[in-house]
Design a protein around this ligand. Structure first.
Ligand code: PEP
Ligand code: MN
Length: 369
């Protein structure tokens, strides 16, 4: 069943992202003091940023951490609007937050990952936004659940929010990975292909969890054809009260945006999203990574089976088991339109490697005795 297109105003109609790609939102994780907010905003204004972010209410994992400055910080954001002409954005997690933002003339709000995971809160926020014209960005939920993310968009859309966009910040994972959150680009790409009309931002700061990864994640996101970035920047990241390891100074952000990032030529002037050769290649890279991950996971299980066979004196190759598995995958592959010979070559190679690993385990173990 095709997804129902959402009624969305393209980014060019939001009145805040006038620059060529990428569209950037930048600013500190948290508004901490008036001085920190103003100094960071000044630096960002100088490098050409138009939209300033700062968390006013902070969802922290542990109580007792800095949980945001609250309503007084909204006055500092008003000062940023007035002194530097920047648009300002903050996170909302309740109807009360929305009411305060509307009262203080905040230009845009976003829904954080922990809130998107909760349909009650998303509905409460959607109801509070009904009848307003304020742009809303929806971060992906912390868990890799595309439908939950889409459900949040549907709730906002039904409430009449038309300046609606998404932010991809990666998903919590128990696996040991280089980034703080798992990018799961496949989920992001699925969202993009199901709802190409929705403006798409990536948040390399929360995805990477370290300033070292901001450039590579941003580049990857642009190569995939995603048009926006939300990046944390702080006038003095070392002293930041939250997320100090992942924030850039305005100067570092300037180097990245002006000198390091490669922006590929746009396909056309239209707002329509189309894939160019870079995006198609970047998609292949995502799929290759998933194939490697799947192969490595399969091999890991083969190893465990090897241990079991060793401990229970079971033969490594059990022909009947392999024959039925082989027939099943080859049949499945042909249903997907994959050539039979190719399927046979691939799965024979996988089987051989698996037998080899199990042989190694058994000979290793025998030498222990
Ligand atoms: C944030 O943007 O500061 C934030 C808390 O992000 P997330 O909801 O992605 O964790
Ligand atoms: Mn943060």
């Amino acid at each position: 069943m095709a997804d129902k297109k959402l009624d969305i105003v393209p980014l060019s109609g939001w009145g805040m992202f006038t620059d060529p790609q990428p569209s950037v939102v930048a600013g500190p994780c948290s508004a901490e003091t008036e001085e920190q907010v103003m100094e960071t905003a000044k630096g960002l204004k100088e490098l050409g940023i138009n939209v300033f972010r700062a968390g006013i209410w902070k969802p922290r994992t542990h109580p007792g951490c800095f949980e945001g400055i609250g309503v007084p910080g909204l006055k500092w954001l008003q000062k940023v609007q007035k002194e530097y002409g920047l648009k300002v954005a903050t996170e909302v997690a309740s109807e009360k937050h929305v009411a305060e933002c509307l009262k203080h003339g905040i230009d845009m709000v976003w829904i954080g990952a922990r809130t998107t995971a909760n349909p009650f809160l998303v509905q409460e926020i959607a109801d509070a936004l009904a009848g307003t014209d304020i742009p809303v960005l929806v971060k992906n939920p912390v868990n890799p659940d595309l439908e939950l993310w889409i459900g949040a968009l549907e709730r906002l859309s039904r409430a009449g929010v038309r300046k609606l966009g998404v932010i991809h910040r990666g998903f919590s994972t128990f696996d040991k990975i280089k980034y703080r959150n798992d990018p799961h680009w496949d989920i992001a790409l699925e969202m993009r292909s199901r709802y190409p009309e929705i403006p798409f931002f990536t948040d390399p700061s929360h995805m990477g969890g370290s300033r070292d990864y901001i450039l590579e994640i941003s580049q990857r996101s642009l190569d995939l054809g995603l048009e926006g970035l939300m990046i944390e920047a702080h006038c003095n990241p070392e002293t930041a009260l939250s997320d100090s390891k992942q924030q850039l100074t305005p100067d570092q952000l300037k180097d990245m945006l002006h000198d390091q990032i490669v922006v590929r030529e746009a396909d056309s002037d239209s707002q329509e999203w189309k894939e160019n050769i870079y995006q198609l290649r970047a998609k292949i890279d995502v799929i290759d990574e998933n194939i490697l991950y799947a192969l490595a996971s399969r091999m890991q299980i083969s190893r465990q089976i090897g241990e079991y066979k060793k401990d229970n004196n079971v033969a490594i190759v059990q022909a009947s088991r392999w024959d039925s598995l082989f027939d099943k995958v080859v049949k499945k592959g042909t249903e997907y339109g994959l050539p039979e010979k190719f399927m046979k070559d691939v799965f024979n190679a996988i089987h051989e490697a698996s037998v080899e690993i199990q042989n190694e385990i058994i000979s290793d173990k025998s030498s222990e005795h």
